[in-house]
Ligand binder design. Sequence first.
Ligand code: ZN
Ligand code: ZN
Ligand code: ZN
Length: 140
Amino acid sequence: MKEVIRGILKSNELRSTHSRSEILGLFLDSGYALSNAEIEKEISEEHDRVTVYRTLRTFVDKGIIHKVLDDSGTPRYALCSDECQDTDHNHEHIHFKCVSCGLTTCLEEIKIPQISLPKGYKANEVNILMQGVCKNCQKN
Ligand SMILES: [Zn+2]
Ligand SMILES: [Zn+2]
Ligand SMILES: [Zn+2]
């Protein structure tokens, strides 16, 4: 795990700081999208809000994580696939929010279909959120 974290930071030319390693570790561990507040709760108290905020912004800029919008209005973040480099995020997948456990996950293998816009509109970002019951909750 430590090696993986160091590898990701290094390949993105980021110095390995305690807060970066800890936050990146959380993303690698969780498998679902995390909000600022959730991250603050999980990491050591020595890292304040500003550090968390800055670290997340750096990770987004480097193409390590991407923003996930769900219906809570709170931005969440999830790990990017390898295709993302720097600010050039390349996401065509949908996000799934489970109404039972409340977790939002990336469905990397479900691609967003091509959407044609009316004349005069130009999209910068597409976020598709599907809601339902996730596979972990179906089992019970
Ligand atoms: Zn990305
Ligand atoms: Zn669930
Ligand atoms: Zn995603």
